[in-house]
Design a protein around this ligand. Structure first.
Ligand code: FO1
Length: 309
């Protein structure tokens, strides 16, 4: 079993590639849930849904989130009623949130609901939320604290980041199956997701970082920073806001205690000596996954590097 940790879009690209190389049922993904938000009374789990829609082959390819070809009729009526309409919930996507919320209200856990959704969408890869408890990323900005989706989507990530608070994380526990998957894994992949707000919350759930340190499985991470910039999303703003240099080297430092291997983009080869001096073994690959071929190629390199450790 291969275990992958990550958030939404960056992780999903690589996961799609991995599922072309190994049997998808041999992959377990542990997903960040600290971006989750309650809107219109519905529990919305963007990273879980992005992973599920991508692996089901139905994610919107342009945006990376939501469902391809979805319409937004319900949202425009919510807007007409004067409800908050800044978070673009598609009509089909809304059905996922209605279904999830109804099951949670019946008493199922988030892990159980996630498994039901994955089965309904015909996904063979196991998808685990990092925790069943509510953990919320609060972005500390120069304009005050903002829940993550308000910072990112409503305010367009325009406020300067000063810090991050993970509300509820101390009281959270890994969802059932998370520690077991890490312990039993043959290899572990930290996807090219935001290290502060996607992978960071997973590592902050009590017990997960320790399990990663204890496991005998080799651990490889792929840098989401290429040439001093994040390819998608606000990784660069979070690294800089928390006082880190925006580079693959900073990402390697954040994971240093866990890693057996770190993969950086070929264009960052000049960083290899500094990463190796941490000391973290590192090599370069084409990490910019613009098409399926590139996703499969990075997946192959990642999996064969794990097998060689
Ligand atoms: N991202 C946006 O930038 N704008 C949106 O309106 C938006 C809506 C949305 C709806 C459902 C969903 O699952 C994800 C959605 N996202 C949207 C993506 C999401 O905000 C982020 O990509 C993740 O939370 C970051 O990991």
């Amino acid at each position: 079993m291969i275990v992958a940790l990550g958030g939404g879009i960056g992780a999903s690209k690589l996961l799609l590639g991995i599922c072309q190389v190994i049997d998808p049922s041999e992959l377990t993904v542990i997903v960040n849930t600290a971006d989750d938000v309650v809107l219109h009374g519905l529990t919305i789990c963007p990273d879980l849904d992005t992973v599920a829609y991508t692996l089901a082959g139905m994610a919107d390819r342009e945006r990376g989130w939501g469902i391809e070809g979805d319409s937004f009729n319900a949202l425009s009526w919510l807007d007409r009623y004067g409800r908050e309409a800044w978070f673009n919930l598609g009509d089909r996507d809304l059905a996922t949130h209605l279904h999830r919320t109804a099951l949670l209200r019946q008493g199922l856990t988030l892990a159980e609901v996630t498994d039901r959704i994955r089965r309904s969408l015909g996904i063979r890869t196991h998808i685990l939320p990092m925790t069943n408890q509510r953990v919320s990323t609060i972005v500390l900005t120069d304009q005050g604290p903002r829940p993550f989706q308000e910072y990112l989507v409503r305010d367009g990530a325009r406020h300067a980041v000063r810090g991050v608070r993970l509300e509820g994380v101390e009281r959270s526990q890994p969802a059932p199956g998370v520690l077991e998957a890490i312990e039993a894994a043959e290899g572990i992949i930290i996807c090219p997701s935001n290290p502060i707000i996607s992978v960071g919350p997973i590592l902050a759930v009590p017990g997960i970082r320790r399990a990663l340190k204890m496991t005998e499985a080799p651990i490889v991470a792929i840098s989401p920073v290429v040439g001093g910039r994040s390819l998608k999303g606000p990784t660069d703003r979070f690294l800089a806001g928390l006082g880190h240099e925006v580079s693959a080297l900073s990402v390697a430092r954040l994971y240093q205690d866990l890693l057996d291997l770190f993969i950086v983009d070929r264009s960052d080869s000049e960083l290899l000596p500094a990463i190796e001096a941490l000391p973290v073994k590192a090599f370069t690959a084409d990490t910019v996954m613009q098409n399926l071929e590139a996703k499969v190629s990075l997946a192959k390199e990642t999996l064969s590097s794990l097998a060689s450790l």
